[in-house]
Design a protein around this ligand. Structure first.
Ligand code: ASP
Length: 330
């Protein structure tokens, strides 16, 4: 028995030795495959989950002036955080089941630097605090009260994030306390935004109030580097929206970037990312996840589980809402 385990482990280790170079570096063959899939390099460019026109317009404004992709994604994300009508990001976000709006966000730059805040309350722009975590601390993540204290130290103001509309809806929800997310409507408007600047450098940001009426302290994929967002400046970037628990289980955004490293287009990589999730959820049709991705050439892709997801792109070739193909059909 022990020997069998040993043999199993040693053959896995041997397989790992063979597979490792493929998984961690972009081979010349794959690099040329990625390049030949593209007619030309598109840059600068930005792409975000859902049809967040104002966010991509803001990011584009930064990019076309020669600004960095890091500033572009932060400022794009901030537009949605400040929009009180968006009930899944920033101010106006739906609260947890105790009535507290708690926000999650992360940001990642071209050098693999990253910062995140988890379950942050009373601060209007979690993405900006995440950037401060990245730039001003030796850490990657700050959570809860610690993140809030850090935000005040950095000059952020205490803000009431619960709008009257979100409060009234929460009070209504409390009458039955049934957790039944409505696909594409409730809970699924996280903004994940990616950009390539004029220099060709890639950054990404992801910000959300998470699932409406979640357990206090619940964290989804959005502030988790590798799950809700991943950037590798050599290859590309990916980000996610939807039921975070399932994205975390497959480390979705990291997976998609790794698939691009192995030669898949952003579209193919997003499709495989969704297929991996569905392979573990064969009988489930009641949840939504959408992935978007961009590669170093500015080629983009997106794919989702349920019909209804779209992603927005903005480059010198124009800006548009791209309806995403889905794993399940209408
Ligand atoms: N991914 C987010 C979360 O699980 C939710 C969403 O995209 O709306 O917290």
């Amino acid at each position: 028995m022990q020997r069998r385990n040993f043999l199993k482990n040693s053959s896995a280790a041997a397989a790992g030795l063979v597979a490792a170079p493929l998984a961690i570096s972009c081979t010349e063959e794959n690099r040329s495959k990625m390049t030949s899939q593209n007619s030309g390099t598109i840059r600068p460019i930005t792409i975000c989950t859902w049809n967040f026109e104002n966010a991509t317009a803001k990011a584009w404004e930064v990019l076309k002036e020669g600004g960095s992709s890091l500033d572009a994604v932060q400022q794009g994300a901030m537009v949605e955080e400040a929009d009180v009508t968006n009930q899944t990001v920033g101010i106006g976000g739906r609260p947890d089941r105790d009535g507290n709006v708690s926000l999650d966000a992360c940001i990642m730059d071209k050098d693999g630097n990253c910062g995140a805040v988890l379950a942050l309350q009373h601060i209007a722009s979690p993405i900006s605090v995440a950037r401060k975590v990245m730039e001003e601390t030796p850490h990657v993540m700050l959570a809860g009260k610690g993140a809030e204290k850090f935000a005040y130290e950095q000059g952020f103001k205490k803000t009431n994030l619960l709008t009257e509309k979100s409060k009234q809806e929460w009070l209504e929800w409390k009458k039955t306390s049934k957790y039944e997310p409505i696909i594409n409507i409730e809970n699924h408007d996280t903004i994940g935004i990616l950009a390539i600047d004029q220099k060709g450098d890639i950054s990404g940001a992801c910000t959300t109030s998470g699932m409406g009426y979640k357990y206090a302290g619940r964290i989804g994929d959005s502030p988790i580097i590798g799950a809700g967002l991943f950037v590798d400046n050599e290859i590309g970037a990916a980000t996610a929206t939807g039921v975070g628990e399932e994205v975390v289980r497959t480390v979705g955004s990291f997976l998609i970037v790794e698939l691009m490293r192995q030669g898949k287009s952003p579209q193919e990589a997003c499709e495989e990312g969704v297929r991996r999730i569905m392979a573990k959820n064969k009988d489930r049709t009641d949840f939504q996840i959408g992935f978007i991705a961009i590669n170093k050439n500015g080629e983009t892709g997106g794919y989702c589980i349920q019909p209804g997801f779209s992603y927005r792109t903005y480059s010198k070739e124009g800006h548009e809402d791209n309806p995403s193909d889905s794993f399940l059909k209408a």
